[in-house]
Design a protein around this ligand. Structure first.
Ligand SMILES: Cc1ncc(COP(=O)(O)O)c(C=O)c1O
Length: 349
Protein backbone atom coordinates (compact mmCIF):
# COMPACT_ATOMS: atom_id res chain seq x y z
CA UNK A 1 0.00 0.00 0.00
CA UNK A 2 1.60 3.25 -1.02
CA UNK A 3 1.42 6.53 0.84
CA UNK A 4 -1.36 8.94 -0.17
CA UNK A 5 -1.95 12.60 0.68
CA UNK A 6 -4.63 11.48 3.17
CA UNK A 7 -1.88 9.93 5.25
CA UNK A 8 -0.15 13.26 5.89
CA UNK A 9 -2.73 14.55 8.38
CA UNK A 10 -2.83 11.32 10.31
CA UNK A 11 0.96 11.35 10.73
CA UNK A 12 0.99 14.85 12.22
CA UNK A 13 1.01 15.21 16.02
CA UNK A 14 -2.44 16.01 17.45
CA UNK A 15 -1.34 19.32 18.99
CA UNK A 16 0.03 20.47 15.63
CA UNK A 17 -2.99 19.34 13.62
CA UNK A 18 -5.23 21.42 15.86
CA UNK A 19 -2.82 24.33 16.25
CA UNK A 20 -4.11 27.83 15.65
CA UNK A 21 -0.95 29.39 14.25
CA UNK A 22 0.11 32.91 15.11
CA UNK A 23 -1.23 35.33 12.55
CA UNK A 24 1.22 38.16 12.13
CA UNK A 25 0.25 41.66 11.05
CA UNK A 26 1.97 41.07 7.73
CA UNK A 27 0.01 37.87 7.17
CA UNK A 28 -3.31 39.61 7.58
CA UNK A 29 -2.69 42.56 5.24
CA UNK A 30 -0.54 41.81 2.20
CA UNK A 31 -0.59 45.14 0.30
CA UNK A 32 2.60 47.17 -0.09
CA UNK A 33 1.45 50.78 -0.23
CA UNK A 34 -0.33 51.70 2.98
CA UNK A 35 -0.05 53.50 6.26
CA UNK A 36 1.21 50.67 8.43
CA UNK A 37 -0.02 51.12 11.97
CA UNK A 38 -0.55 47.43 12.59
CA UNK A 39 2.73 45.94 13.79
CA UNK A 40 4.04 48.36 16.42
CA UNK A 41 7.07 49.18 14.30
CA UNK A 42 9.04 52.41 14.43
CA UNK A 43 7.39 54.55 11.69
CA UNK A 44 10.53 56.35 10.57
CA UNK A 45 11.49 54.67 7.31
CA UNK A 46 14.90 53.03 7.06
CA UNK A 47 16.06 49.82 5.39
CA UNK A 48 15.02 47.73 8.35
CA UNK A 49 12.22 49.38 10.31
CA UNK A 50 9.58 47.01 8.89
CA UNK A 51 9.15 43.33 9.66
CA UNK A 52 10.08 41.06 6.75
CA UNK A 53 7.56 39.16 4.62
CA UNK A 54 6.77 36.13 6.85
CA UNK A 55 6.27 33.83 3.86
CA UNK A 56 9.02 35.34 1.65
CA UNK A 57 6.82 35.50 -1.47
CA UNK A 58 9.22 37.44 -3.71
CA UNK A 59 12.20 35.29 -2.79
CA UNK A 60 10.25 32.08 -3.32
CA UNK A 61 9.15 33.26 -6.75
CA UNK A 62 12.76 33.77 -7.76
CA UNK A 63 13.88 30.41 -6.31
CA UNK A 64 10.96 28.81 -8.11
CA UNK A 65 12.40 30.02 -11.38
CA UNK A 66 15.72 28.21 -10.88
CA UNK A 67 14.48 25.11 -9.06
CA UNK A 68 11.25 24.50 -10.97
CA UNK A 69 9.29 24.05 -7.74
CA UNK A 70 6.12 26.09 -7.09
CA UNK A 71 6.13 28.45 -4.11
CA UNK A 72 3.34 26.47 -2.44
CA UNK A 73 5.67 23.47 -2.34
CA UNK A 74 8.58 25.40 -0.84
CA UNK A 75 9.61 26.20 2.74
CA UNK A 76 12.49 28.55 3.51
CA UNK A 77 14.35 28.24 6.78
CA UNK A 78 17.28 29.52 8.79
CA UNK A 79 19.53 26.94 7.13
CA UNK A 80 18.41 23.37 6.40
CA UNK A 81 18.76 22.80 10.12
CA UNK A 82 15.52 24.69 10.78
CA UNK A 83 13.65 22.40 8.39
CA UNK A 84 15.07 19.30 10.11
CA UNK A 85 13.97 20.58 13.52
CA UNK A 86 10.48 21.51 12.31
CA UNK A 87 9.90 18.05 10.85
CA UNK A 88 10.62 16.53 14.27
CA UNK A 89 8.26 18.96 15.96
CA UNK A 90 5.46 18.40 13.44
CA UNK A 91 5.55 14.63 13.15
CA UNK A 92 7.22 13.13 16.22
CA UNK A 93 5.68 12.76 19.66
CA UNK A 94 8.54 13.13 22.20
CA UNK A 95 9.24 10.01 24.21
CA UNK A 96 7.05 7.92 21.92
CA UNK A 97 7.85 8.15 18.22
CA UNK A 98 11.14 7.34 16.52
CA UNK A 99 12.99 8.16 13.31
CA UNK A 100 15.51 6.30 11.17
CA UNK A 101 18.70 7.62 9.69
CA UNK A 102 21.23 6.03 7.41
CA UNK A 103 24.62 5.64 9.10
CA UNK A 104 27.05 7.28 8.63
CA UNK A 105 25.42 10.55 7.71
CA UNK A 106 25.02 14.21 8.68
CA UNK A 107 25.20 14.66 12.46
CA UNK A 108 22.34 17.12 12.88
CA UNK A 109 19.62 14.49 12.39
CA UNK A 110 20.72 12.85 15.61
CA UNK A 111 21.29 16.12 17.51
CA UNK A 112 17.79 17.32 16.56
CA UNK A 113 16.33 13.96 17.56
CA UNK A 114 18.06 14.18 20.96
CA UNK A 115 16.88 17.75 21.52
CA UNK A 116 13.32 16.73 20.75
CA UNK A 117 13.55 13.56 22.87
CA UNK A 118 12.93 11.31 19.87
CA UNK A 119 14.73 8.01 19.45
CA UNK A 120 16.89 7.92 16.32
CA UNK A 121 17.64 4.45 15.01
CA UNK A 122 20.71 4.21 12.80
CA UNK A 123 20.71 1.80 9.89
CA UNK A 124 24.18 0.98 8.70
CA UNK A 125 24.89 1.58 5.02
CA UNK A 126 26.58 -1.16 3.01
CA UNK A 127 30.42 -1.00 2.83
CA UNK A 128 30.11 1.04 -0.37
CA UNK A 129 27.80 3.48 1.44
CA UNK A 130 24.56 2.38 -0.22
CA UNK A 131 21.18 1.81 1.43
CA UNK A 132 20.71 -1.63 2.95
CA UNK A 133 17.06 -2.01 1.94
CA UNK A 134 16.21 -5.04 4.05
CA UNK A 135 17.83 -3.65 7.17
CA UNK A 136 16.08 -0.31 6.66
CA UNK A 137 12.64 -1.82 6.12
CA UNK A 138 13.14 -4.14 9.10
CA UNK A 139 14.00 -1.20 11.35
CA UNK A 140 10.66 0.52 10.65
CA UNK A 141 7.96 0.07 13.28
CA UNK A 142 4.50 1.54 13.92
CA UNK A 143 6.00 4.63 15.60
CA UNK A 144 8.61 5.42 12.92
CA UNK A 145 7.66 8.80 11.49
CA UNK A 146 10.69 10.04 9.56
CA UNK A 147 13.44 8.43 7.55
CA UNK A 148 16.53 10.56 6.89
CA UNK A 149 18.47 9.95 3.68
CA UNK A 150 21.26 12.12 2.36
CA UNK A 151 22.38 12.11 -1.28
CA UNK A 152 25.16 12.91 -2.03
CA UNK A 153 25.81 11.63 1.46
CA UNK A 154 27.92 13.40 4.06
CA UNK A 155 30.60 12.19 4.89
CA UNK A 156 30.94 9.57 2.13
CA UNK A 157 30.21 11.88 -0.83
CA UNK A 158 28.37 9.31 -2.97
CA UNK A 159 24.86 9.45 -4.38
CA UNK A 160 22.41 6.90 -2.98
CA UNK A 161 20.89 4.59 -5.59
CA UNK A 162 17.65 6.11 -6.77
CA UNK A 163 15.89 2.77 -7.03
CA UNK A 164 16.41 2.13 -3.30
CA UNK A 165 15.06 5.57 -2.42
CA UNK A 166 11.99 4.90 -4.55
CA UNK A 167 11.39 1.52 -2.92
CA UNK A 168 11.48 3.19 0.48
CA UNK A 169 9.15 5.98 -0.65
CA UNK A 170 6.71 3.34 -1.86
CA UNK A 171 6.83 1.05 1.14
CA UNK A 172 7.26 3.43 4.10
CA UNK A 173 4.09 4.93 5.60
CA UNK A 174 6.01 7.89 7.03
CA UNK A 175 7.98 10.83 5.67
CA UNK A 176 11.19 10.29 3.69
CA UNK A 177 13.50 13.28 4.18
CA UNK A 178 16.05 13.41 1.38
CA UNK A 179 18.87 15.86 2.12
CA UNK A 180 20.31 17.12 -1.17
CA UNK A 181 22.60 19.78 0.29
CA UNK A 182 25.37 18.78 -2.16
CA UNK A 183 23.26 17.97 -5.22
CA UNK A 184 24.72 20.80 -7.33
CA UNK A 185 28.10 19.04 -7.31
CA UNK A 186 26.65 15.72 -8.50
CA UNK A 187 26.73 14.34 -12.02
CA UNK A 188 23.12 13.25 -11.98
CA UNK A 189 19.92 14.98 -11.07
CA UNK A 190 18.33 14.80 -7.67
CA UNK A 191 14.70 13.97 -7.05
CA UNK A 192 12.96 17.34 -7.24
CA UNK A 193 11.16 16.22 -10.38
CA UNK A 194 9.75 13.23 -8.47
CA UNK A 195 8.06 15.35 -5.80
CA UNK A 196 4.64 15.23 -7.43
CA UNK A 197 4.67 11.46 -7.48
CA UNK A 198 5.53 11.05 -3.79
CA UNK A 199 3.49 12.98 -1.20
CA UNK A 200 5.72 11.61 1.58
CA UNK A 201 8.93 13.02 0.10
CA UNK A 202 10.61 16.08 1.62
CA UNK A 203 13.72 17.29 -0.21
CA UNK A 204 16.12 19.66 1.52
CA UNK A 205 18.56 21.89 -0.32
CA UNK A 206 20.60 24.86 0.80
CA UNK A 207 22.32 28.06 -0.29
CA UNK A 208 25.29 27.17 1.95
CA UNK A 209 27.24 25.01 -0.50
CA UNK A 210 27.18 25.57 -4.28
CA UNK A 211 25.87 29.12 -3.89
CA UNK A 212 28.63 30.04 -1.43
CA UNK A 213 26.18 31.68 0.98
CA UNK A 214 26.69 29.68 4.18
CA UNK A 215 26.85 32.93 6.12
CA UNK A 216 23.38 34.20 5.20
CA UNK A 217 21.64 31.03 6.49
CA UNK A 218 19.04 30.06 3.95
CA UNK A 219 17.83 26.50 3.52
CA UNK A 220 15.00 25.13 1.42
CA UNK A 221 12.58 22.26 1.85
CA UNK A 222 10.43 21.10 -1.07
CA UNK A 223 7.38 18.95 -0.39
CA UNK A 224 3.65 18.41 -0.77
CA UNK A 225 1.65 21.56 -0.02
CA UNK A 226 0.12 20.05 3.12
CA UNK A 227 3.54 19.43 4.67
CA UNK A 228 4.73 22.92 3.72
CA UNK A 229 1.62 24.41 5.32
CA UNK A 230 2.43 22.68 8.61
CA UNK A 231 6.03 23.87 8.43
CA UNK A 232 4.81 27.43 7.98
CA UNK A 233 2.44 27.04 10.95
CA UNK A 234 5.18 25.88 13.29
CA UNK A 235 8.09 28.13 12.27
CA UNK A 236 8.78 31.45 13.97
CA UNK A 237 6.63 34.07 12.24
CA UNK A 238 9.53 36.05 10.77
CA UNK A 239 12.13 33.29 10.47
CA UNK A 240 14.02 34.79 7.51
CA UNK A 241 15.22 38.30 8.19
CA UNK A 242 15.21 41.16 5.67
CA UNK A 243 19.00 41.13 5.21
CA UNK A 244 18.95 37.48 4.13
CA UNK A 245 15.89 37.86 1.90
CA UNK A 246 17.36 40.88 0.11
CA UNK A 247 20.83 39.48 -0.28
CA UNK A 248 19.70 36.14 -1.69
CA UNK A 249 17.26 37.89 -4.05
CA UNK A 250 20.09 40.06 -5.29
CA UNK A 251 22.37 37.07 -5.79
CA UNK A 252 19.67 35.07 -7.57
CA UNK A 253 19.08 37.94 -9.98
CA UNK A 254 22.66 38.98 -10.62
CA UNK A 255 25.13 36.16 -9.93
CA UNK A 256 26.54 34.54 -13.02
CA UNK A 257 29.46 32.62 -11.57
CA UNK A 258 27.73 29.87 -9.57
CA UNK A 259 28.05 27.30 -12.34
CA UNK A 260 31.65 28.32 -13.04
CA UNK A 261 32.57 27.90 -9.38
CA UNK A 262 30.81 24.55 -9.15
CA UNK A 263 32.64 23.33 -12.27
CA UNK A 264 35.94 24.58 -10.90
CA UNK A 265 35.34 22.75 -7.61
CA UNK A 266 34.42 19.56 -9.49
CA UNK A 267 37.54 19.71 -11.63
CA UNK A 268 39.68 20.43 -8.55
CA UNK A 269 38.07 17.40 -6.90
CA UNK A 270 39.16 15.20 -9.80
CA UNK A 271 42.65 16.70 -9.77
CA UNK A 272 43.06 16.25 -6.02
CA UNK A 273 41.97 12.62 -6.21
CA UNK A 274 44.41 11.90 -9.05
CA UNK A 275 47.26 13.60 -7.24
CA UNK A 276 46.98 11.88 -3.90
CA UNK A 277 45.68 8.44 -4.90
CA UNK A 278 49.10 7.38 -6.15
CA UNK A 279 50.56 7.81 -2.66
CA UNK A 280 50.86 4.32 -1.17
CA UNK A 281 49.77 5.63 2.23
CA UNK A 282 46.41 6.67 0.86
CA UNK A 283 44.43 3.47 1.27
CA UNK A 284 41.24 4.54 -0.49
CA UNK A 285 39.47 7.61 -1.79
CA UNK A 286 35.73 7.08 -1.95
CA UNK A 287 33.92 8.20 -5.09
CA UNK A 288 32.51 11.65 -4.41
CA UNK A 289 29.79 13.69 -6.06
CA UNK A 290 30.02 16.42 -3.44
CA UNK A 291 32.45 19.26 -2.69
CA UNK A 292 34.53 17.04 -0.40
CA UNK A 293 36.25 13.68 -0.50
CA UNK A 294 36.47 10.94 2.12
CA UNK A 295 40.00 9.59 2.31
CA UNK A 296 41.05 6.46 4.13
CA UNK A 297 44.73 6.74 4.94
CA UNK A 298 47.50 5.36 7.09
CA UNK A 299 48.13 7.15 10.41
CA UNK A 300 45.06 9.29 9.76
CA UNK A 301 44.99 10.94 13.19
CA UNK A 302 48.66 11.88 12.94
CA UNK A 303 48.11 13.29 9.47
CA UNK A 304 45.14 15.26 10.76
CA UNK A 305 47.27 16.79 13.52
CA UNK A 306 50.16 17.45 11.16
CA UNK A 307 47.82 19.42 8.93
CA UNK A 308 46.33 21.35 11.86
CA UNK A 309 49.83 22.40 12.92
CA UNK A 310 50.23 23.83 9.43
CA UNK A 311 46.86 25.54 9.69
CA UNK A 312 45.14 23.27 7.20
CA UNK A 313 41.98 22.04 8.86
CA UNK A 314 40.23 18.93 7.61
CA UNK A 315 37.62 16.78 9.41
CA UNK A 316 38.59 13.61 11.22
CA UNK A 317 35.68 11.26 10.56
CA UNK A 318 37.38 8.09 11.80
CA UNK A 319 34.93 7.58 14.64
CA UNK A 320 31.92 7.44 12.32
CA UNK A 321 30.57 4.07 11.19
CA UNK A 322 32.41 2.57 8.17
CA UNK A 323 34.88 5.47 8.28
CA UNK A 324 37.79 3.99 10.18
CA UNK A 325 41.01 5.95 9.46
CA UNK A 326 39.09 8.41 7.31
CA UNK A 327 39.53 12.13 6.90
CA UNK A 328 36.93 14.26 5.12
CA UNK A 329 38.54 16.93 3.02
CA UNK A 330 36.61 19.86 1.57
CA UNK A 331 37.73 20.94 -1.91
CA UNK A 332 39.35 24.36 -1.61
CA UNK A 333 40.78 26.79 -4.14
CA UNK A 334 43.54 25.47 -6.45
CA UNK A 335 46.10 27.18 -4.21
CA UNK A 336 44.66 25.67 -1.02
CA UNK A 337 44.49 22.21 -2.57
CA UNK A 338 48.09 22.51 -3.71
CA UNK A 339 49.20 23.34 -0.18
CA UNK A 340 47.25 20.35 1.14
CA UNK A 341 48.88 18.02 -1.40
CA UNK A 342 52.35 19.28 -0.49
CA UNK A 343 51.77 18.73 3.23
CA UNK A 344 50.41 15.22 2.64
CA UNK A 345 53.51 14.39 0.58
CA UNK A 346 55.77 15.91 3.23
CA UNK A 347 54.02 14.00 6.04
CA UNK A 348 54.47 10.60 4.42
CA UNK A 349 57.98 11.28 3.09
C1 LIG B 1 24.08 16.94 4.53
C2 LIG B 1 23.99 18.32 5.04
N1 LIG B 1 22.80 18.90 5.17
C3 LIG B 1 22.68 20.16 5.62
C4 LIG B 1 23.80 20.89 5.99
C5 LIG B 1 23.63 22.27 6.56
O1 LIG B 1 22.98 23.07 5.73
P1 LIG B 1 22.58 24.55 6.19
O2 LIG B 1 23.81 25.36 6.15
O3 LIG B 1 21.57 24.94 5.16
O4 LIG B 1 21.99 24.46 7.57
C6 LIG B 1 25.05 20.32 5.89
C7 LIG B 1 26.24 21.10 6.30
O5 LIG B 1 27.33 20.68 6.39
C8 LIG B 1 25.16 19.01 5.41
O6 LIG B 1 26.34 18.40 5.30
Amino acid sequence: MSFTTNNINTLVRDNIRTLKPYSSARNEYKGKQAVFLDANENPYESLYNRYPDPLQAELKQEISRIKGVASKNMFLGNGSDEAIDLLFRIFCEPGKDNVLSIDPSYGMYEVCADINNIELKKVLLTPDFQIDLNATINAIDANTKLLFLCSPNNPSGNMLEKQSIIELLESFQGIVVLDEAYIDFANSEGMVSDLERYPNLVIMQTFSKAWGLAGVRLGMAFAHEQIITYMNYVKYPYNINILTQKEVLKQLRSRSNVETQVNEIKSERTKLVHTIESNENIVKIFHSEANFILVKCKRSRELYEYLVERKVIVRDRSKQALCEDCLRITIGTPKENKALVEYIKEFYA
